[in-house]
Write a protein that binds this ligand. Structure first.
Ligand SMILES: Cc1ncc(COP(=O)(O)O)c(C=O)c1O
Length: 474
């Protein structure tokens, strides 16, 4: 008989690797996974229904709202993805304009397609030295709200994958001055509320709707997330209906219990856990700041530059741009020589994700490994323009209009100047580098080729990564 494929492989991975990646429970630490099958019930009499909660789910959500500091909290069982699509579908109607930071997650673009919206992009700043996406200038938001008064919703990602925050307080004031709604994708910031070593939450800064992937940075199962509302501008009845459309009609109690248990742990022991964790984190960051000579820890000195208002210290972002290795190579050395797996590696950097579930041993092991690797590297001055993950274009067509047009696949080198017919998304982070309707730039093709060389996964290319889909005519 053939054995199941996944279980043994995943357990082997669990035993071998120290995980500096999500989920925040770090492969089973501080999470009670015993007896889960016993609570895997459905919405029968005596339980409750996530899509019309009146009993235990309603009570659990109310407790979460208090802990996470919101007026109202909804549990999500389909990740932040489900919450993002449901929110956009609640606020916008067909053909409405939506102002989004161009570095938004692909779920925002999918919501635009599903609802046939007209996106207006604002481009975040890019860090000069390493090409990492930084913050959004509030001025550009006001500029666009004046230019397009019919915009319904503003969507910003803060923090970014790398942990950079935009000035949400200022953005919220501007958005509300024009009586619009601000949704912040805070997928990576669910832990902010629990220690002041971390930035203020977007709810604290005045956003109307904030969506957090609890599973990314706190001990909760993958796919479990929360949507927080702090506003009178949101029609909560409509939101509840949209959430029922974009999530399973059999919401998992295992996931909902995971959110509730995470909340309970934070209420009961959050202070203690976060105090220990931040102490370890501070030590790690201090050592990396002082002892790395070639690699560079991205630290608080980036605050105030490129519209970065604050940073999330839980993300250990290591810049390799001045060394003789790429982020992908650094990731490989950590995996092969130290059994450490980080969350993301790219051309110029790696991201290691930490949480309250990291052990002191794990954080120390990572710190030591980086210091050791650093000693074997050389400093080099890489000349030329740094990569730019976003296809920065002045003119683009509506992605929905483009989706109806006939398309052809052409060789990457022949696509420059043509209109993109598909999303091109390096993964992670899941931010579209090219959106359908954008004119493909030479820089994007250079970067795609570089990603292919480095074996970074790219979604959307065809014919074994040789061709790209373009639109014949708009
Ligand atoms: C910025 C951002 N937003 C949203 C999401 C989607 O979150 P989820 O995986 O919880 O659906 C991600 C996932 O990586 C993300 O990085």
């Amino acid at each position: 008989m053939k054995k199941p494929t996944l279980y043994d492989k995943l357990i082997k991975y669990n035993k071998k690797v120290y995980p500096l990646h999500m989920p925040g429970h770090k492969l089973g630490r501080k999470i009670n996974s015993a007896n889960l099958a016993k609570i895997d019930v459905t919405e029968v009499r005596g339980t409750d229904n996530l899509h019309n909660p009146t009993g235990i789910i309603s009570e659990a959500q109310e407790k979460a709202a208090i802990t996470f500091g919101a007026e109202k909290t909804y549990f999500l069982v389909n990740g932040s993805t489900g919450g993002i699509i449901s929110t956009i579908s609640t606020i916008c109607n067909e053909k409405d304009k939506i102002l989004i930071a161009r570095n938004c997650h692909k779920s925002v673009y999918n919501a635009i397609l599903i609802n046939n919206l007209e996106p207006i992009y604002i481009y975040p700043e890019i860090m000069e030295s390493n090409g990492i996406v930084a913050g959004v200038d509030p001025y550009h938001i006001e500029e666009n709200l004046i230019k397009y008064p019919s915009i319904k919703l503003v969507v910003i990602t803060s923090p970014t994958y790398e942990g950079f925050l935009s000035n949400i307080e200022e953005i919220a004031k501007i958005v509300h001055k024009y009586n619009k709604v601000l949704m912040v994708d805070e997928a990576h910031g669910a832990h902010f509320k629990f220690n002041n070593y971390f930035p203020k939450t977007s709810i604290e800064q005045g956003a109307d709707i904030v969506i957090q992937s609890t599973h990314k940075t706190l001990p909760a199962f993958t796919q479990s997330a929360m949507l927080h509302v702090q506003s009178t501008r949101i029609e909560c009845n409509k939101l509840q209906k949209e959430l029922a459309i974009f999530q399973s009609s059999s919401p998992s109690y295992i996931l909902m219990n995971s959110l509730d248990s995470c909340r309970e742990l934070l209420d009961r022991k959050g202070n203690k856990l976060f105090n220990k964790y931040t102490k370890d984190l501070k030590k790690c960051r201090e050592a990396l700041k002082n002892r790395l000579n070639n690699l560079k820890l991205i630290d608080k000195n980036v605050i105030g530059i490129n519209q970065i208002m604050d940073i999330d210290y839980s993300k250990i972002v290591i810049d390799c741009s001045k060394t003789n290795i790429t982020g992908v190579e650094l990731d490989k050395i950590l995996r092969n020589n130290y059994n450490i797996q980080v969350e993301l590696s790219s051309i110029n950097h790696i991201i290691a994700m930490t949480s309250i579930c990291d052990s002191r041993y794990g954080i120390k092991k990572f710190t030591k490994a980086l210091i050791e690797i650093d000693k074997q590297l050389n400093k080099i001055n890489k000349k030329g323009k740094k990569y730019d993950i976003i296809n920065h274009v002045l003119k683009y067509y509506n992605p929905k209009v483009v989706s109806y047009k006939t398309k052809t696949n052409v060789l990457l080198k022949d696509s420059v100047g043509k209109i993109a017919g598909e999303f091109i998304i390096p993964f992670p982070p899941g931010i579209p580098m090219i959106v359908p309707g954008e004119i493909i730039t030479k820089e994007s093709i250079i970067l795609i080729n570089r990603y292919i060389d480095l074996d970074i996964e790219i979604m959307g290319l065809e014919d074994n990564q040789k061709t790209i889909t373009i639109v014949n005519e708009v």
